[in-house]
Design a protein around this ligand. Structure first.
Ligand SMILES: Nc1ncnc2c1ncn2[C@@H]1O[C@H](COP(=O)(O)OP(=O)(O)OP(=O)(O)O)[C@@H](O)[C@H]1O
Ligand SMILES: [Mg+2]
Length: 585
């Protein structure tokens, strides 16, 4: 039970739904016991000829009334128990998603999205089964056999009852055994299905690569194999179901054969009446379902416990990056956008080599820093630390002269406009993408940001303009358009610090110049960091650093760096030459 403590809040809030639901279910179970008794009475009345037409109407009326009650009450317990289980599913899924949103970038480095999806679907579904059908089954499995058997004993014959019950435990055992098999094969089906969806998803996303490498047939064959595996797994599940239900029914019918044989002889001998005989058969019919339920409920509970444990593991993963107890009360207005690295060395969790070594650097408020460096030299890492995607050692990184760990995370991140290297955009309208930092921002601000990022004209050429949908069900932007929408999104946030991670790589030098011109205007009183591979992007910066293998190897203004005649200058000369060749061509 301790496993389920995370649900206690919900269960407490909804205890009355469950309690009333179970009471209603018990009433239905009880009402079901009346009709067989009436049928017995009618049979006896008919055999000894004492039954009048009036009485027949009366009994028929009672049975009808009971049937009506049962119908209404069944609806009620379904809504109360099954409905509440759906609410539980809803509540838990929201909680799970909200928790996932708090976890840090590093958590996602080590988790497969597919697994998290499986937790959010299969595991939460298993819990719904436990707290919906599972509860109904437990109630029925406990109540119906006990009451029915008592009535059988009280109204008929002890030997007949005992004999008739012999096959029934086998139903429970069988259901338990089959249930285990079903669970295992169900897992195989799930795994085969997720393999299949992975293949489809990857192929759709990578369709351009598939086509350009002419691998359509190869991929189709691979899909065929995966699809065959899926149907094989499904067929083996279908086989079990196909075998289980007839087999259970067969065992149940053994009880009826016993009753027919032994009960029939008792009736002929006159030890029980015909009415007792018929109602006994009707009672026996009530017992099949709870026997099946006993077998199933064990499996459902086990699945629920296993799923809850898996979910608990995720729920218990603490977000690594949170406000520490020493956090100061700094508002966004108070935060000065200066940034300082002091002897910073940073190693990714689990990595052998530090990604950044001995970084010493101060960026004053309002200044522009540019970072140049070969791929893998640590540029993205450096800016990720400013965003506090990872924790740094105390005293190594300060923003506005506060150690980064003492700044409220919300203040810090709200102060930074970040244009990530991969320019991720959401599958929604262009407007909503640009207004992502504050979805209710007014249209003027969105348009202004688009103008600064030099993407306004492109957007206006789309038929739906700012309402154009992006992503899977919308248009695909070009690489350069994506970059600029992503820049507009950062500018629209009106940040104190703007970070562009290789954000102008996909636009031509002319557009780049215009964007930089626009940015100068926007960034007048703010701090900016521009990462680039092209000297043209960064030569105007107040300060430029050159990173190599995680260390700053050169530092200064464009003029100073050229004069230094080192790495920077050699890259610069190479790019100048390339430009010259291009112009001549
Ligand atoms: N999450 C991570 N875990 C472990 N190592 C990482 C992680 N992210 C990056 N690295 C490593 O850190 C080093 C610096 O990577 P980084 O992304 O900062 O390079 P970069 O300078 O931005 O390169 P590029 O110009 O290609 O974007 C690389 O060696 C990289 O393999
Ligand atoms: Mg990078």
């Amino acid at each position: 039970m301790k496993t389920f403590y995370r649900l206690s809040e919900f269960l407490k809030q909804h205890k009355w739904q469950y309690i009333i639901g179970i009471i209603v279910l018990l009433i239905v179970d009880g009402l079901q016991l009346i009709s067989p008794r009436i049928i017995g009475k009618v049979t006896d009345g008919l055999t000894d000829g004492t039954l009048t037409m009036n009485q027949i109407f009366k009994y028929a009326g009672i049975i009808l009334l009971i049937a009506c009650f049962i119908a209404v009450l069944r609806y009620a317990w379904r809504m109360l128990v099954m409905g509440t289980a759906r609410d539980l599913e809803f509540w838990l899924r929201n909680k799970f998603f909200a928790h996932l949103e708090t976890l840090s970038a590093n958590f996602y480095n080590n988790k497969k999205t597919g697994d998290l999806m499986a937790h959010a679907t299969n595991d939460i579904n298993a819990l719904r089964m436990t707290f919906g059908p599972g509860i109904v089954m437990i109630t029925d499995a406990l109540f119906i056999p006990v009451t029915t058997i008592i009535i059988m004993l009280a109204t008929t014959d002890i030997r007949l009852t005992l004999l008739a019950l012999i096959p029934l435990p086998f139903i429970a055992i069988l259901m338990g055994v089959f249930g285990k098999l079903i669970q295992k094969r169900h897992r195989d089906v799930q795994a085969a299905f997720s393999d299949l969806t992975d293949k489809v998803q990857e192929n759709m996303a990578g369709i351009r690569v598939v086509k350009s490498f002419v691998q359509e047939n190869y991929e189709t064959d691979k899909f065929l194999a995966s699809n065959e595996n899926y149907i094989d797994k499904n067929m083996s599940l279908v086989k079990i179901f196909g075998f289980m239900f007839p087999f259970v029914m067969f065992i149940a019918s053994l009880s009826f054969i016993i009753v027919l044989g032994y009960g029939g002889s008792l009736t002929i001998k006159g030890e029980i009446s015909l009415g007792q005989f018929t109602s006994f058969i009707a009672y026996l019919g009530l017992l099949t379902w709870p026997m099946m339920a006993i077998g199933q409920v064990v499996n459902i509970l086990q699945r629920g416990i296993a799923s809850m444990k898996r979910l608990n593991e995720i729920f218990e993963t603490e977000p690594e990056i949170i406000d520490s107890p020493e956090v100061k009360d700094i508002t966004q207005e108070e935060l000065k956008p200066s940034i300082e690295f002091k002897n910073l060395t940073f190693t990714y969790p689990g990595a052998l080599q530090p990604a950044l070594k001995d970084i010493n650097l101060r960026i004053e408020s309002g200044k522009t820093l540019a970072i140049l460096g070969r791929t893998g030299s640590g540029k993205t890492t450096l800016v990720n630390l400013i965003l506090r995607m990872y924790n740094t050692k105390e005293g190594q990184l300060a923003v506005g002269d506060n150690d980064i760990s003492t700044i409220p995370l919300k203040t810090l991140r709200e102060s930074i406009g970040y244009v990530p290297q991969d320019n991720f955009l959401f599958s929604t309208t262009i407007r909503d993408n640009i207004a992502f930092s504050n979805i209710s921002m007014d249209m003027d601000r969105v348009e202004q940001a688009a103008k600064f990022a030099h993407v306004y004209d492109n957007i206006m050429e789309f038929p739906l303009k700012f309402d154009t949908m992006l992503g899977e069900r919308g248009v695909t932007l070009s690489g350069g358009q994506k970059q600029r929408v992503s820049i507009a999104r950062a500018i629209a946030k009106d940040p104190k610090i703007l970070i562009l991670d290789d954000s102008l790589s996909a636009v031509d030098t002319k557009t780049e110049e215009k964007i930089l011109e626009g940015l100068k205007e926007v960034m007048k009183n703010r701090t900016s960091i521009i990462i680039a591979h092209r000297i043209s992007t960064l030569k105007e910066a107040d300060e430029i650093i050159v990173l190599d293998e995680g260390t700053i190897v050169e530092q200064g203004t464009h003029q100073e760096l050229v004069a230094m005649n080192g790495l920077y200058n050699s890259i610069y000369q190479k790019q100048l030459l390339e430009e010259k060749l291009e112009n001549e061509a």
